[in-house]
Design a protein around this ligand. Structure first.
Ligand code: PMP
Length: 455
């Protein structure tokens, strides 16, 4: 460490001064916080020297792994040359422009422009305004309503949290804001009833059509969804879902927005999640894997359809952030993307480590407490259940996930739990043997659940 004095009482200082995101501070202060001091590859180390295998890549973001000195060097150099300049008032910086070009080289034919933000939440607030501005510029000012999904996560800002479909978030702060409604998610295991996954996928996709009908097509601006719902539990949609959603958006003339904050930059074995599902969004918020979390940066991918109107018709778009396209963050992202390209990490996820993970993860389905273990690329969701045949779930889903997660933690594995689902999203550089270790430690956590809990 550089300028930090050795602090034996960091825990107490933290309790006195630091409010953590998404935390019950009373409980956290009583339990004490984990203090992470350093990291290397797929491992993080706490202040007692304990090593953890990070199966979550930080927060779905450290896709190239920890300890990349190339990124540190690139940012160090950029800091010395130009630590900051804005991209307002007719100005840009080399890293911002080159990063936009680099991103566009991986998006296919239609998403050729990027608007930079600092985070995924801001990216969602940004496209939300863009969608409305787009329709207004086309002479359709009533097309303002946005349809999103229950149990989705799109961030913690006002629009982001409103677009998200988490009731407990809405309850804090009188959300959602007007103009946003939520339809069901394609969560077959919990909500599919007697339908086959394929039937259920179509059914929930067609809820979009019903909602558009209810609101009036001329009032609806856009539909937003994560290619695979992440924080909601890695909800992998049935194959029938996305094509039907894309068809409805096209035929109903509303914008399709894919939130690529997690899926973007290789996690599903394609550069973007929508490519995996063969659909073409009009707008796509990005963040996380753009810089592998080394510095904060996000953005919105903008299709020619929307950009042409913004460029040709709109005039000023009164929107932007002091740090939009921050040169140091952009330099970090640029180097990160070069690493992904040079090391063939997207191809590695698609052809090697993704299939290996899929098999190892799937093998957990033979465990008594596992209902399903699904994955795409390096994104996995594991459903715990009391009864496999009937898909009956535990009475207290949160307790179940916490129990398994804590057991993993004690045994040196960082996993995330959402209710009664365990989530994995390791770095693209994870080795086969590290994946085996991850799955074996999780299996022990599942044994612990089986032995500790009834129903
Ligand atoms: N969208 C999705 C799909 C996310 O998973 C997240 C963060 N987990 C966000 C948006 C918000 O990103 P941020 O935390 O960078 O604001």
């Amino acid at each position: 460490m550089t300028d930090m004095p050795l602090l034996s009482n960091l825990d107490a200082i933290d309790a006195a001064h630091h409010l953590h995101p998404f935390s019950d501070m009373k409980k956290l202060n009583a339990a004490g916080t984990r203090i992470i001091e350093r990291a290397e590859g797929v491992h993080i180390f706490d202040n007692t020297g304990k090593r953890y295998l990070d199966a979550f890549a930080g927060l779905w973001c450290v896709n190239v792994g920890y300890g990349r000195t190339e990124i540190a060097d690139a940012t160090h150099q950029q800091m010395q040359e130009l630590p900051y300049y804005n991209t307002f008032f007719g100005t840009t910086t080399p890293p911002a422009t080159l990063l936009a070009q680099k991103i566009a080289s991986h998006t296919g034919d239609t998403l050729n422009r990027v608007f930079f933000t600092n985070s995924g939440s801001e990216a969602n607030d940004t496209w939300f305004r863009m969608a409305r501005v787009y329709w207004k510029a086309l002479g359709k000012p009533n097309k303002t309503q946005v349809i999103a999904r229950k149990n989705a996560y799109h961030g913690s800002t006002i629009a982001g949290a409103s677009l998200g479909g988490m009731r407990w978030m809405h309850e804090q702060g009188n959300l959602p804001i007007p103009g946003i409604s939520h339809i069901n998610q394609p969560y077959w295991y919990a909500e599919g009833g007697d339908l086959t996954p394929a039937e259920f996928g179509l059914k929930v996709a067609r809820e979009l059509d019903e909602k558009i009908e209810e609101l009036g097509q001329d009032n609806v601006a856009a539909f937003v969804a994560e290619p695979i719902q992440g924080a909601g539990g890695v909800i992998v949609p049935p194959d029938t879902y996305w094509p039907e959603i894309a068809r409805i958006c096209r035929e109903r003339n509303i914008l399709l927005v894919c939130d690529e904050v997690i899926c973007g930059f290789g996690r599903l074995g394609t550069w973007f999640g929508h490519q995996h599902y063969g659909v073409e969004p009009d707008l796509a918020p990005i963040a996380k894997g753009l810089s592998s979390g080394y510095l904060p940066i996000g953005g919105v991918l903008v299709s020619d359809r929307v950009a042409d109107v913004m460029v040709e018709e709109l005039g000023d778009f009164y929107h932007g952030f002091t740090y939009s396209g921050h040169p140091v963050c952009a330099a970090a992202a640029l180097k990160n993307l070069r690493i992904i390209e040079e090391e063939g990490l997207v191809e590695r996820v698609r052809d090697d480590i993704g299939p290996y993970f899929a098999e190892a993860w799937k093998s957990l389905e033979d465990h008594e407490v596992v209902g399903e273990a699904v994955s795409v690329g390096l994104m996995g969701g594991l459903q715990m259940a009391v009864d496999k045949a009937t898909r009956r779930r535990y009475a207290k889903p949160d307790d179940v996930g916490t129990l398994v997660r804590n057991h993993c933690l004690e045994n040196g594995l960082i996993m995330r739990a959402t209710g009664d689902r365990m989530l994995a999203s390791p770095a693209f550089t994870i080795t086969h043997s590290q994946l085996d270790e991850m799955v074996e430690t999780l299996r022990k956590g599942l044994d612990h659940l089986r032995d500790a809990v009834g129903e």
